[in-house]
Design a protein around this ligand. Structure first.
Ligand code: HEM
Length: 315
């Protein structure tokens, strides 16, 4: 990275820090998406952890909400579903989108459930993502990674996120779903549209376009369900849901909600981890040199990347 860019980033961080400490505590609103876009959220979390680790924001474009910012408190909340249920949803919903939910469709996916319902549905798909299943997929993913890297332009700028991070992620998701391989970029487009507020860039341009995109996605997956339900069970995620004892009688609404969970869960998390690792290694050449000297460090580099650079910028 050029020195000028580093200076600009440092100036921006200093300005963000000043703003975070000058804002009255009760007005701190750490959920604002622009903070994450501008990398300006760090000082807010630092201040909240020190001064108000269980913090209430009475008004925001998501309505009122609580922020928990210390590790032990997060663990306590995350592992106590009796008090902190997931059943009413797991994400703050922007006020602008609150009228968007279809009141006649309360179908939900298993991340937004508590045990025991959560556990039986999760158990249906978890074998596809177990360490054993992933070790079987590893050679294929490695081969694809090699082919992608070999195909990159040499000596000219290119978009790493598009050509590498998105491509490898989408290829892997297509395999997990046994999704038509040539149409795999639909998975990226659908997932991006569902996770990005309309008009914010990178997703749908309007609420209408988002509705149409979701209808296209769920229509496509309904077809896949119908094909898989009438075929012998295979190891892909759709077949597992269509044949699983706890999931085969789910409504199409529930199936669609779980499709959204699976394509979104696997999309930008993995994409951002691939991009973040390359950026971090280039910003820290000593770490890069260490890794090149000992590729045995790669597994710990991967988990460190997830800690270093949150794979979900804002949710
Ligand atoms: C770097 C990669 C990833 C990261 C950092 C990540 C992170 C997370 C986190 C933090 C949760 C919430 C766990 C909880 O509070 O219970 C979660 C849940 C989930 N993720 Fe991922 N994820 C990644 C990749 C994937 C992939 C590739 C898939 C699927 C193809 C996926 C599917 C899911 C599902 C289905 C859930 C809900 C699990 C449940 O409710 O029991 N994730 N993920």
């Amino acid at each position: 990275m050029a020195d000028g860019t580093t200076d600009i980033l440092q100036d921006k961080r200093a300005a963000a820090r000043k703003a975070a400490y000058e804002t009255p505590l009760e007005e701190l609103n750490p959920a604002r998406a622009s903070l994450f876009r501008d990398d300006a959220m760090w000082a807010i979390f630092e201040r909240l952890r020190a001064e108000s680790p269980v913090h209430f924001t009475p008004d925001s474009n998501y309505g009122p909400y609580w922020s928990i910012t210390r590790y032990d408190d997060i663990m306590a909340v995350d592992s106590n579903h009796q008090v902190f249920s997931s059943a009413k949803g797991i994400a703050l919903s922007p006020k602008a989108a609150q009228g968007f939910r279809d009141p006649n469709n309360s179908a939900t996916n298993f991340i937004a459930m508590d045990p025991p319902r959560h556990d039986v549905q999760r158990k249906t798909v978890s074998p596809a993502l177990s360490p054993h299943a992933l070790s079987i997929m590893a050679p294929l993913i490695r081969e694809r990674a090699g082919l992608i890297l070999d195909s990159l332009p040499v000596g000219e700028p290119f978009d790493w996120v598009d050509l590498v991070s998105k491509e490898l992620t989408t290829m892997t998701l297509a395999t997990l779903f046994a999704f038509p391989f040539d149409e795999r970029r639909k998975l990226t487009r659908w997932s991006d549209a569902m996770t990005t507020p309309p008009g914010f860039g990178g997703g749908a341009a309007s609420l209408q376009e988002l509705r149409e995109t979701m209808a296209e996605c769920f229509g496509y997956f309904t077809e896949l369900w119908n094909q898989r339900v009438n075929a012998e069970p295979t190891g892909d995620l759709i077949s597992m849901l269509a044949h699983g004892e706890e999931t085969r009688n789910m409504t199409m609404g529930e199936f669609h909600a779980n499709v959204a969970l699976l394509i979104i869960g696997g999309n930008d998390t993995t994409r951002n981890t691939i991009s973040g690792s390359v950026l971090a290694l280039n910003q820290n050449p000593d770490q890069y040199a260490k890794l090149r000297a000992d590729p045995g460090l790669i597994p710990s580099m991967v988990s460190e990347t997830i800690r270093w650079q949150t794979p979900l910028a804002h949710m």
